[in-house]
Design a protein around this ligand. Structure first.
Ligand SMILES: Nc1ncnc2c1ncn2[C@@H]1O[C@H](COP(=O)(O)OP(=O)(O)OP(=O)(O)O)[C@@H](O)[C@H]1O
Ligand code: NI
Length: 309
């Protein structure tokens, strides 16, 4: 059974427009995904596609001016504000994208030990073990966040989630600033957690890294899921992929011809009326420019495209 189920998630921000008027800007539109226990689901998408907002919506960390609809379920039950605040840091852990989430006044070893489900000597043993595995020297534990490089801070944040004992881990871009070997080592640890029964939602820009260890890939574009595919569908010329955007991402990789995709993702203030990808899509027809396609199951995956087969 799915440990995490996100259905029809829509997030809009209210903004003051003039003295008496408020405007809303929808940034996430009808987003769907599930993560089973034992699975790594990677969410990939370019900057501004809504990855962090998805993570924050799951963790109950959206700002006050955000209006959220749809449903987020954890272990079959609605994850409302009260339940998420009870489970956060225990059953559900986040690796935040920003290293500013570290407490500047507490030594990092203590922060990581504090996150461990096991207390006392066992917590200290786990912290030492996870630091060693992540290439953090023993003395790092006695440092304050401002004494760490960006890459070290990221490894500290990942360590916190890795030893948390959580059943669901949402990792929001845990690898920028890490070299390839360190990023792969981080990925390997999340894979091991999933193999031990956790559900891992791994957010990244790096499709190649995602493909090296994830079971499924969820492709976000302009605030919605364009495709949900098995990692194994990313092969050959991309003939098993369902959406033109996913195919374009695949073909833009260095090993697949490096073919660039022209144009840019629309800003939430200026979304096209039909398919959000239509302005950049070489297959776009009249339907695509006037109607929004539904997210439909297709061949053990799902896609939001009128022409997918
Ligand atoms: N507090 C906010 N108020 C208004 N708009 C916001 C707010 N937070 C995010 N957005 C907008 O929502 C969209 C999605 O942002 P989000 O941070 O989720 O992107 P992302 O995919 O995580 O990008 P990145 O890869 O750069 O981290 C962007 O257009 C962003 O400008
Ligand atoms: Ni982000």
């Amino acid at each position: 059974m799915a440990l995490l189920e996100v259905e029809g998630l829509t997030v809009a921000f209210r903004r003051q427009a003039g003295l008496f008027r408020q405007r809303t800007m929808e940034v996430i539109h009808g987003l769907e995904l599930t993560v089973d226990a034992g699975q790594v689901v990677a969410v990939v998408g370019s900057s501004g596609s809504g990855k962090s907002l998805l993570a924050h919506a799951i963790m109950g960390l959206l700002p006050d001016n955000a209006h959220c609809s749809g449903s987020i379920r954890y272990d079959g039950t609605l994850l409302d504000a009260a339940r998420v605040s009870e489970l956060r840091g225990k059953e559900i852990a986040i690796v935040p994208q920003s290293v500013t989430y570290l407490d500047p006044l507490i030594r990092v070893g203590k922060q990581v030990r504090h996150a461990a489900s096991a207390g006392g000597g066992e917590g200290e043993r786990l912290q030492k073990q996870v630091f060693a595995r992540n290439g953090l020297a023993e003395e790092t534990a006695r440092m304050y966040p401002h004494e760490l490089s960006g890459g070290m801070a990221r490894r500290v944040l990942a360590s916190t989630a890795i030893i948390s004992g959580a059943k669901l881990i949402v990792a929001d871009e845990p690898t920028p600033g890490l070299n390839e070997a360190a990023a792969l080592e981080t990925a390997r640890q999340f894979r091991e957690l999933a193999d031990a029964g956790c559900a891992v939602l791994f957010i990244t820009h790096d499709i190649q890294l995602a493909l090296s260890f994830a079971d499924r890939i969820v492709v976000l574009y302009a605030g919605t899921v364009m495709e949900n595919a098995a990692a194994a569908d990313f092969a050959g010329d991309g003939e098993r992929l369902r959406h033109p955007y996913t195919k374009a991402l695949w073909q833009a990789l260095p090993g697949n011809g490096f073919k660039p995709l022209g144009g840019s993702q629309p800003h939430p203030d200026m979304l096209p009326p039909g398919c959000l990808f239509a302005p950049r899509c070489c297959h776009a027809s009249e339907d695509c420019t006037s109607q929004r396609p539904e997210f439909m199951p297709l061949r053990d995956g799902a896609v939001r495209c009128f022409h997918a087969s």
